[in-house]
Design a protein. Structure first.
Ligand SMILES: *[C@@H]1O[C@H](CO)[C@@H](O)[C@H](O)[C@H]1NC(C)=O
Ligand SMILES: *[C@@H]1O[C@H](CO)[C@@H](O)[C@H](O)[C@H]1NC(C)=O
Ligand SMILES: *[C@@H]1O[C@H](CO)[C@@H](O)[C@H](O)[C@H]1NC(C)=O
Ligand SMILES: *[C@@H]1O[C@H](CO)[C@@H](O)[C@H](O)[C@H]1NC(C)=O
Ligand SMILES: *[C@@H]1O[C@H](CO)[C@@H](O)[C@H](O)[C@H]1NC(C)=O
Length: 436
């Protein structure tokens, strides 16, 4: 639909088209900066746990008119995508230009340029093509344009309660298709990526509202209560007035931008201990003295260990459990090690079982895992060690069960992870005061 182009001389259309392109690019650079209605102290998003899919869900208001959309939280996701094929109705959505600023923030391997037919006015328009993916093992991906639209979330007041909704007018997301929802929790419309990259949910919201590039995630352990994700930094106050930001332990995180579609938070894990006994790790699973490519992923319900590490780890756990008089029982899939619940003493930190420690970048920095996070109750009588054998793939991927009721703060500017447990502190991840 370039019918406004005057066809007067042979050089003129070319000149004119070039000018349009330049003007267009300028317009699109200045517009690409997300704009917002007001500047909040911070933002909060609710998180719930879906008990059958074992996924964590958040919700964001999107499009014109605004509609609340349920999305799977993907800590390692590069951006947000929604199913644009079914039920997405908006009068404010725009396809983003391939040469624009938002598109250039994506990892090189996850974008391409594609001419978009029927784009009004600009025949030469190249859309920013992305490849939204379902992220479950064996999950599919499709292609779609990076699109911008209005989003709205609740603001946070003093780190302790919700304030009014605030709106970002140009939030970028990938347009996915209905087939990508296969295996995701019932009712969701897509996935919300929280990865350490420029177009992830926290990066875009931080820049839209000019708040610090920091977010903190507190996943609930129960399916009947709401956890919280804070964007914009602390304090993080849970009822009855406990500020969790005062008790963080910190470790640096790393990204691996060379890997295709990879946007995980990698951390350095020197060793794993059970009741103080070090789990032997074969040289093949080590890289410079640290467990190879250890990372955190909310799309994995239970921490995955490479077979060699899993076997060594579980035999030490079984031996230590035996000395606590905890009796082993037949395994219940997907777990390989299960116990009789009746001789487990319950404490404020969960069942009294051998304590698991992840020794991080130095010996002094330790992530302690207590019964609440190490065990999974599979029936009245049986509790299993909530770690699974990952075959010969990843060495260590920390999954959801080990993250629940812990507050994890990802500082994207400092590339630093802060972590603290709510266990034994008269509060949980479900104690944020969502007024509405
Ligand atoms: C905007 O969304 C509508 C559905 O409401 C869709 O038909 C249209 O193609 C979308 N436009 C862009 C530019 O993505
Ligand atoms: C993945 O999607 C493509 C097309 O988008 C389809 O042809 C293919 O069958 C899908 N694969 C699976 C395993 O669903
Ligand atoms: C936030 O903190 C300020 C200063 O301490 C206080 O005056 C205000 O009432 C607090 N607001 C809420 C909603 O807690
Ligand atoms: C980064 O990813 C590449 C490609 O998958 C891999 O070869 C490399 O070992 C990874 N580096 C780290 C530090 O994980
Ligand atoms: C385990 O059971 C034995 C025999 O009943 C008892 O002597 C021992 O004290 C128990 N140990 C623990 C740690 O409870």
């Amino acid at each position: 639909m370039a019918s406004f182009l005057p066809i007067q001389s042979s050089f003129f259309p070319l000149f004119f088209a070039t000018t349009i392109l330049l003007v267009f690019c300028n317009v699109c650079f200045s517009n690409a900066q997300p704009t917002s209605s007001s500047r909040p102290q911070g933002l909060v998003l609710p998180v719930t746990k879906d008990g059958s899919a074992l996924q964590y869900l958040t919700s964001i208001m999107q499009s014109t008119p605004l509609v609340s959309e349920s999305l799977v939280v993907d800590l390692a996701g590069e951006y947000l995508w929604v199913d644009c094929e079914n039920g997405y109705v908006s009068s404010s959505n725009r396809t983003l230009n391939c040469f624009g600023r938002e598109c250039s923030k994506l990892q090189l391997s996850s974008r391409a340029c594609l001419h978009k037919p029927a784009q009004p006015r600009y025949k030469s328009f190249m859309g920013c093509l992305v490849f939204p993916s379902n992220k479950l093992p064996g999950g599919n991906f499709t292609s779609g344009y990076l699109t911008s639209d209005v989003v709205s979330t609740q603001s946070c007041i003093n780190g302790s309660t919700t304030g009014p909704y605030v709106t970002a007018r140009k939030f970028s997301f990938g347009c996915g298709s209905t087939s990508l929802l296969k295996g995701l929790a019932n009712g969701v419309k897509g996935m919300a990526g929280f990865g350490p990259f420029g177009v992830s949910v926290p990066s875009q919201l931080s820049s839209a509202f000019r708040i610090p590039r920091v977010f903190a995630m507190c996943l609930p352990s129960s399916t009947s209560s709401k956890g919280v994700i804070f964007i914009g930094g602390g304090p993080y106050k849970m009822q009855p007035g406990i500020d969790l930001s005062t008790s963080f332990t910190y470790t640096p995180f790393y990204t691996n931008a060379t890997a295709y579609y990879s946007s995980e938070y990698h951390i350095r894990v020197k060793s794993i201990t059970v009741c103080g006994k070090k789990v032997p790790v074969d040289g093949d699973s080590l890289d410079n003295g640290f467990i190879k490519s250890a990372n955190i992923n909310t799309m994995i319900p239970y921490t995955v260990l490479r077979t060699s590490i899993y076997n060594a780890f579980s035999s030490i756990f079984i031996e230590k459990a035996k000395s606590l008089n905890i009796t082993r029982m037949a395994s219940v899939a997907p777990f390989g090690v299960c116990f009789d619940s009746k001789n487990m003493i319950s404490t404020r930190l969960g069942a009294l079982v051998p304590e698991i420690n992840l020794v991080l970048h130095t010996d002094r920095v330790v992530w302690r895992i207590f019964g609440s996070n190490s065990m999974v109750q599979v029936s009245d009588k049986v509790s299993c060690l909530g770690f699974v054998d990952g075959g010969n793939e990843a060495c260590l991927v920390i999954g959801g069960n080990q993250l629940e009721d812990n507050l994890l703060e990802f500082n994207l500017a400092k590339m630093r992870l802060g972590f603290t447990t709510t266990l034994g502190r008269q509060t949980t991840c479900s104690n944020f005061n969502f007024k509405i």
